[in-house]
Design a binder for this molecule. Structure first.
Ligand SMILES: NC(=O)c1ccc[n+]([C@@H]2O[C@H](COP(=O)([O-])OP(=O)(O)OC[C@H]3O[C@@H](n4cnc5c(N)ncnc54)[C@H](O)[C@@H]3O)[C@@H](O)[C@H]2O)c1
Length: 460
């Protein structure tokens, strides 16, 4: 099939590369000329495991191309994916201007019947707007072209995006015609040999499914973070509670990990957008608001613990930070908890030495230049460099190399042996026995030293 993908970001590039790998001819289109120039030279704008190899092999096989407008596509697409960003607008609603622009471009350039597939996360009813815009453009061009607008929300997880795309546990498709259904089946059957896991529904139902899924996952995290606050006060270890409740099949163990807050390009903005949608329909979104408020507070918790320990003046304090990306296996720092941590520490005069296996370039681009100029923030080349003469380690992202560190090296490098574990990666008692003062999230301030109550299943 001939496919165009509008938007060459995390979703667009993964979609394009994966469909090309399945034998389709794909053109990825992005308004960012620099990004397209670099992609043509095989340089990826993002870090995503497995993506570079997929991209290069399909470029060499002439199945994957990059352009800046739909006009330049070599062959007319039968399917056009919209995968542009939908960031938060000032009031929290989804900013749909990129989707509207993509729709205008489609209406301006298409020459043949096609199926337009929206992969961007968009407010319910967006497909109707996309259809209206394209119809207006076609009318101005005096053309009568048949097209469907389908909603096919994306559920990939950054860091595991190729695997999620190639082996999805479900595909959600909202549509209203048999032609669109046949086209979508043609596209997805190669990766979905069990078509009963392709769920067809109305377009609006599919649009809402994406928001509801993200809001549910965000709420689970915020619920656990609230439980962790209670545990901290009551001398209870949340990690045992997590394992205890996660073993209940009605609850399940996924997304029950307390930490220093969720970030990234999806959960925060999608919860905000859903709150806005509820308000527009005069529904008081109490649960969504609570999930968001808890998360905002959670992002401030790790710096608060550090400030409570060292005091408000951090001018003589050096903090080593492990992890800047919002989660492991990505370089994405959008709304990452590390941003709040750095800001809170640096404004109190601390010196921060930070390391992330993938997000160093992103950090150099998005963090304020004066933090670097004033030498308050140093990005170091190796994870242990961050601990050189550090008064404490703050673990923010649970990358694998951070989960099993060399405790002896840590002890030798650090000025004070203090760990603030924002992801509960370390065994509380092992850390204490190694001479570290350990502060996790909800690990129970009064947990006794010496008697290891931590379950064996949690052993790092
Ligand atoms: N990132 C994720 O993990 C993820 C997962 C599921 C769903 N989503 C959703 O998918 C959508 C895309 O997310 P992303 O993270 O890939 O965004 P992104 O910001 O990484 O990429 C979007 C790209 O679209 C380009 N663009 C904007 N307007 C354009 C236009 N008119 N024509 C061509 N290109 C244009 C931008 O230059 C940018 O490169 C969002 O709605 C997001 O909520 C993202």
């Amino acid at each position: 099939m001939n496919i165009s993908v509008i938007g060459a970001g995390y979703v667009g590039l993964v979609t394009g590369a994966c469909f090309a790998e399945l034998g389709n001819h794909v053109t990825c289109i992005d308004v960012n000329q620099t990004k397209i120039d670099r992609l043509r030279r095989g340089i990826l704008p993002i870090y995503e495991p497995g993506l570079e190899a997929l991209l290069l092999s399909n470029m060499h096989a002439h199945r994957l191309h990059f352009q800046t407008t739909l006009l330049e596509t070599i062959v007319d697409p039968q399917v056009i994916f919209i995968a542009v960003g939908t960031p938060s607008d000032k009031d929290g609603s989804a900013d749909i201007k990129f989707v509207l622009e993509a729709a205008r471009n489609i209406g301006t350039f298409i020459k043949h019947d096609c199926v337009i597939v929206d992969k961007s996360t968009v407010p319910v009813g967006m497909a109707d707007q996309v259809r209206a815009i394209i119809q207006t453009q076609l009318a101005q061009r005096g053309l009568s072209i048949q097209f469907d607008v389908v909603s096919n929300p994306e559920f990939l997880r950054e860091g595991a995006a190729i695997e999620d795309f190639m082996r999805p546990d479900r595909v959600i498709i909202g549509l209203a015609s048999d032609y669109a259904k046949c086209t979508m089946l043609d596209l997805y059957l190669p990766i979905m040999r069990n078509p009963e896991r392709i769920y067809f529904m109305s377009v609006k139902d599919a649009e809402m499914t994406k928001y509801a899924a993200n809001a549910m996952l965000a709420t689970r995290i915020s619920f656990m973070n609230e439980m962790a606050m209670l545990c901290d006060r009551m001398g209870v270890d949340i990690e045992n509670v997590r394992i205890g409740i996660g073993s209940d099949t009605r609850i399940g163990s996924a997304f029950l990990y307390p930490g220093c807050g969720y970030g990234g390009s999806c959960f925060p903005k999608d919860v905000r957008a859903l709150i806005k949608m509820a308000e527009q329909h005069e529904i008081d979104p109490t649960i969504l608001r609570a999930a968001e408020e808890r998360n905002d507070a959670q992002k401030r918790l790790l710096p608060q613990k550090i400030i409570r320990f060292f005091g408000e003046d951090l001018s003589n304090i050096c903090i080593g930070v492990w992890g800047l990306a919002f989660k492991p296996e990505t370089d994405d720092m959008r709304e990452a908890p590390s941003l709040i941590l750095l800001e809170q520490l640096i404004k109190r005069g601390a010196h921060v030495q930070a390391y992330d296996p993938a997000a160093m370039e992103a950090a150099r681009t998005i963090l304020p230049a004066h933090w670097f100029r004033s030498n308050q923030l140093t990005l170091v080349e190796h994870q242990y460099d961050a601990l050189q003469q550090a008064d404490a380690l703050a673990l923010v992202t649970e990358w694998k190399p951070f989960c099993y560190p060399d405790i002896t090296v840590m002890k030798n490098l650090m000025r004070q042996k203090i760990v603030f574990d924002g992801r509960n990666q370390y065994n509380l008692h092992h850390m204490q026995e190694a001479g570290f003062q350990y502060f996790g999230i909800g690990r129970g301030l009064s947990a006794p030293v010496g008697f290891d109550t931590t379950l064996d299943t949690f052993s790092c």
